[in-house]
Design a protein around this ligand. Structure first.
Ligand SMILES: Cc1cc2nc3c(=O)[nH]c(=O)nc-3n(C[C@H](O)[C@H](O)[C@H](O)COP(=O)(O)OP(=O)(O)OC[C@H]3O[C@@H](n4cnc5c(N)ncnc54)[C@H](O)[C@@H]3O)c2cc1C
Length: 405
């Protein structure tokens, strides 16, 4: 059977590894983290996510770890609500859905299913990829070199596989002008009003602090602010100092959040970017998930695209013989691209003003956004607004479209 290397054991990497592993392929996953990565906020199960997980036979497990959700609420610096959008809004197609789970729970369910079928190399990455007569010769950071029939780069928005094979990150990166920190608060007191609610406090200067409940009393925090570059990932102190400066006067629970960020085991800070790569494969190397097409967390569709993309890739190369004949492999990978491009293009095409609406610049803008959130839920506007949410609607299943229409 073909030998496949998947670089990156995130959602896309584990999903494709599971599909190919179950088909009997010899699959190795090289994940740079020393163990399965936890952390991250919520994943929406609507549409593609639900469908692909159901096909994988993982839906019941995923449904057993759903978050208790009431909706989204926007609050002022004293915690008073400016606007709310319950999960029932737009027939269940609003900002927050009833069916969401923590990204870390989804990663765990996928990993547990995948573990039986593939070999994991944790704390591992690739240093070199060289074409060999019948495969790709891979130099690892730690493990001995090996040859594979196919290398799948599922190593996220800052993909090393993409850099090694397709070019530097700057060529493909389109910053949206915002950065985002996220982490879990294990120990602070519960934020008032949080029960089942995803709370956001917007402040002038395009800044936002948000918090949503996990399962066990923990809270998932997000801090958004304008930036296109950040201190290096290794320099945590510089990152915390930047957050302290940017959020010093924000009010609400932000001082507690800033304090707890330093103790959080899963703290992460990154810019919100899109990745646009004109062609996702080159010879026996193919990109998958955020490394190929990151639509940014603002699209709300990163995981749906990762799962659907894994399925499209596994389907395209299902005929193992294709990996032996270069032009058949090229055809198969082209078919994968054709299947995914329309979905990716739709996800990357955010509706006008999406960034500004997420993080308004002025107090007036914040009040206007809250007013708009209230107005669009009124019956006269709800139908039209439902259609405007095309960035999500395009990717939903038929049921989703029917409900929006
Ligand atoms: C810890 C974490 C938290 C996240 N939180 C959120 C969130 O709150 N909201 C949101 O919208 N999106 C979040 N994302 C991104 C979201 O998971 C993806 O947009 C989506 O699921 C697509 O998945 P992916 O597998 O393509 O990328 P990712 O989920 O980013 O997975 C990529 C994997 O590759 C690994 N990796 C990176 N570089 C290398 C390397 N050089 N060699 C080997 N492995 C490598 C990473 O450790 C990671 O496990 C998060 C991602 C991670 C890793």
């Amino acid at each position: 059977m073909p030998r496949v290397l998947v670089v990156g054991g995130g959602i896309a990497g584990d999903a494709v590894a599971l599909m190919l592993g179950r088909a009997g392929w010899e699959v190795t996953v090289a994940e740079i983290a020393p163990q399965l990565r936890g952390g991250g906020q919520a994943v929406d199960l609507r549409g593609d996510c639900r469908e692909v997980l159901a096909k994988l036979g993982l839906l019941d497990e995923v449904l057993s770890v759903l978050l208790f959700q009431r909706g989204a609420a926007w609050v002022d610096r004293d915690g008073h609500r400016l606007a709310t959008m319950p999960v029932e809004a737009f027939n269940g197609n609003g900002y927050v859905s009833k069916e969401e789970l923590l990204r870390s729970d989804l990663a765990r369910v996928l990993h547990d299913a995948t573990n039986a079928h593939v070999t994991y190399l944790f704390g591992e990455t690739v240093e070199e990829l060289e074409d060999a007569p019948h495969g790709v010769s891979v130099t690892f950071r730690n493990a001995p070199p090996a040859e594979f029939d196919l290398v799948i780069g599922a190593d996220g928005a800052h993909s090393r596989v993409r850099r090694l094979r397709f070019g530097p990150e700057e060529t493909f990166r389109r910053p949206l002008g915002l950065a985002h920190a996220w982490f879990t608060l294990e120990e602070t007191p519960k934020t008032p009003g949080i029960d089942g609610w995803f709370l956001t406090h917007n402040a002038p200067g395009s800044r936002a602090a948000s918090v949503r409940p996990g399962h066990r009393g923990e809270q998932e925090v997000g801090l958004t602010f304008p930036a296109t570059t950040l201190p290096p990932r290794q320099d945590r102190e510089a990152q915390f100092a930047l957050l302290d400066r940017v959020f010093a006067d924000l009010g609400w629970r932000t001082p507690e959040f800033l304090d707890a960020a330093r103790r959080a085991p899963d703290f992460a800070l990154d810019t919100l970017d899109q990745i646009h790569v004109p062609k996702w494969h080159d010879g026996r190397v193919v990109l998958l998930g955020d490394s190929a097409w990151c639509a940014s967390p603002l699209s709300g569709l990163g995981t749906a695209l990762a799962l659907r993309g894994a399925e499209a890739l596994a389907d395209a190369i299902a005929d193992a013989d294709a990996l032996r004949i270069p032009h058949r492999l090229s055809d198969a990978l082209t078919a994968f691209e054709s299947a995914m491009r329309p979905r990716v293009d739709a996800a990357q095409r955010m509706f006008p003003g999406r960034v500004r609406q997420h993080a308004p610049r002025t107090e007036l803008g914040i009040r206007a956004a809250a007013w708009l959130i209230r107005q669009v839920q009124k019956p006269a506007l709800a139908k039209a607004f439902g259609r405007l949410m095309g960035d999500r609607g395009h990717l939903m299943d038929d049921r989703g479209h029917a409900q929006l229409a």
